[in-house]
Design a protein around this ligand. Structure first.
Ligand SMILES: [Zn+2]
Length: 611
């Protein structure tokens, strides 16, 4: 991924804040005006994926959760409420269990924790598809949950904020996307139940450690992620107390203030929850105009990209951010198989990247999304009925794909959310037209200057370095179609409109707007100059490199014998046009290289030692 100059980044933030940047305590700045970003998201229904691996993954998750038994999902809540609780235990993290013995055995860890995310995933899937049974299921689950709400649920519960944050998300999504008439009232009731169990402010792990705790799991709560969904609850009409609650849990002193000042305070922190917390800073910016919080979100994301990321776009080995200059990213290739927490990490990454793109219009956020898409989440193994979940991408030098040891972990909750978000991550709406962010088979429908417009994208990207877009318009209209030209793109990248080269320069690392009077049947064709390059794991291991082709990491698959040279790696041969396989020559034979999504049960390797 193109490393962004941090100087340029920080300069942008400082310029936005005005020349005399005085970093006050950010809390003092929260009285400002709400902000409307220059780019907005489309509605879920506006973007339909067409046949391809993304649609397959979305459909599989949608069907999986639509079929999951209501009684099983509601069981932990009914048990705590003393209500009849029919149905089997789901097991794993989701059900109460006497086996719970942290950190050794996480069976029974946080019962009901992902309920809200499953409801959220279904609500978003309803918004995409209009499936009535899905809407009915969402509303049934909300009604079922409403009957169980009691403070008793959180007595002796190790992570009340963590679970409530997801419950909150599920309920506001049920309201917003599945038109559940009761969801906000249920949220208010659920909020009353959890408040006695929340601390007075967001706590770091060190602060939680310093307080009395029955066992170590009580020090793992993630109160600092609460503000995002509190701000959204406020925005969606849940009531004024949600804005106050959001402000109460902003982790300014320990996290956002130093990030806003350009201090990299990520090392040592839990990875996913601290990326997710950047979304809280961002929502604070939207709600109040606080530039400090925008800078915190931008700088935090920048630090993740430039100091914590693998070539795939994934980050945080063993779920922990590392000190730049420590060489620990490189060391992780020998030490761990828990390289990137994939569904959660990809979900959080997409979310903050969408947010930051919406205010900046900066295409590099889209570049990072496509890397995470092709190199991580699109290769996740499907959920299994027993709760087996894909959790970690493995970048160990002896790597394989595997399900997590615990059933129904966090990643089973974010997986249906990110796949439902694939459509809204693919296009954005700008003041002058539409932005094409991802090159994926899809169809966008919207109103443009009074015309009904449809943009149909057909592509086998990134296996074929091209995409074709066609417009259907019920009458001609003037607007811009802005194409993301990835920073990695070579100088031979070409954009054509109706077979003729488009005017202007398609500069890598920027959106390329094509503004004209469009008419029905107009076509845009993009040919990407998709170069091959090597990326070192970290500056301390300059000869430990991954092979990149365009947005894709290519993984060596099968038995690896012999040595690879830089020159050999830089000359991979695609086995046939449009194939997901390439070959490179080692000094003792041919090595198959392939995309993460194409790996099944083979051993594989991402990084290679080259002389
Ligand atoms: Zn997870």
């Amino acid at each position: 991924m193109q490393p962004l100059s941090r100087r340029k980044f920080l300069a942008t933030g400082a310029a936005a804040a005005g020349s005399a940047v005085v970093l006050r305590s950010s809390r003092a700045a929260l009285a400002g005006q709400a902000v409307t970003p220059q780019l907005s998201q489309f509605e879920y229904a506006d973007v339909q994926l067409l046949d391809g691996p993304m649609l397959e993954q979305f459909r599989a998750n949608h069907a999986f959760f639509l079929a999951l038994d209501d009684d099983k999902l509601l069981k932990p809540f009914r048990q705590k409420a003393g209500l009849p609780a029919p149905g089997e235990d789901m097991g794993g993290w989701y059900s109460f269990s006497p086996a719970f013995d942290p950190p050794k055995d996480l069976t029974g860890y946080i019962p009901g924790h992902t309920f809200g995310q499953y409801v959220s995933g279904l609500a978003r899937a309803y918004a995409v598809t209009g499936s009535k049974p899905t809407q009915e299921k969402v509303q049934r689950l909300v009604r079922g949950f409403a009957a169980t709400i009691t403070e008793k649920f959180y007595v002796g519960y190790p992570l009340p904020a963590y679970t409530f944050d997801k419950t909150n998300c599920g309920l506001i999504d049920a309201h917003q996307f599945a038109q559940d008439p009761q969801a906000l009232a249920v949220l208010n009731h659920a909020t009353d139940a959890v408040l006695p169990f929340l601390p007075e402010k967001a706590l770091t792990r060190a602060e939680q450690n310093a307080r009395p705790h029955p066992n170590v799991s009580f020090t793992w709560d993630e109160t600092y992620t609460l503000p995002e969904n509190f701000y959204l609850a406020y925005k969606r009409g849940a009531g004024p107390r949600y804005q106050k609650l959001a402000e109460r849990f902003l982790q300014d002193k320990d996290y956002f203030d130093p990030l806003a000042e350009g201090k990299n305070v990520l090392p040592g922190q839990h990875a996913y929850s601290h990326v997710n917390a950047l979304c809280s800073a961002f929502q604070c910016y939207l709600a109040t105009g606080s530039e400090t919080h925008l800078r915190a979100a931008r700088n935090g994301f920048d630090f993740v990209q430039t100091t914590q990321s693998f070539a795939t776009g994934g980050w945080g080995p063993d779920e922990t951010f590392r000190a730049p200059g420590s060489g620990e990213m490189g060391q992780s290739l020998e030490k761990t198989h828990s390289s990137f927490e994939t569904p959660c990490g990809a979900y959080g990454h997409f979310k903050i990247a969408r947010y930051l793109m919406s205010v900046s219009g900066d295409s590099r956020y889209g570049d990072s999304m496509e890397a995470v898409l092709y190199n991580t989440i699109l290769g996740a193994k499907p959920l299994l009925e027993d709760g087996s979940s894909f959790y970690y991408s493995d970048y160990n030098n002896s790597a394989s794909k595997f399900y997590h040891q615990d059933k129904w972990p966090c990643c089973s909750g974010t997986f249906p959310q990110i796949t439902a978000d694939y459509g809204i991550s693919s296009y954005f709406r700008g003041p002058r037209g539409v932005y094409v962010n991802l090159y994926v088979p899809s169809k966008l429908t919207w109103q443009q200057s009074g015309a009904r417009a449809t943009l149909t994208q057909k592509t086998n990207y990134p296996y074929l370095p091209q995409t074709n877009l066609e417009l259907q318009l019920d009458r001609p209209a003037e607007f811009a179609v802005a194409l993301r030209i990835p920073a990695w793109a070579g100088s031979k990248t070409r954009v054509a409109v109706n077979g003729k080269q488009a005017e202007g320069e398609a500069k890598p690392g920027a959106f390329f707007p094509i503004a004209r009077a469009w008419k029905n049947g107009d076509r845009i064709e993009v040919e990407f100059d998709m170069p091959t390059r090597l990326e070192a794991i970290d500056p301390q291991h300059p000869n430990t490199v991954a092979l990149m082709h365009g947005p894709m990491s290519l993984f060596a698959v099968g038995e690896l014998t012999g040595n690879l040279s830089r020159a050999a790696l830089l000359n991979p041969q695609q086995t046939s046009i449009g194939s997901s396989d390439w070959h490179v020559n080692s000094d003792s034979g041919i090595i198959r290289m392939t995309s993460f999504a194409s790996i099944q049960n083979e051993r594989y390797r991402l990084y290679h030692e080259v002389a």
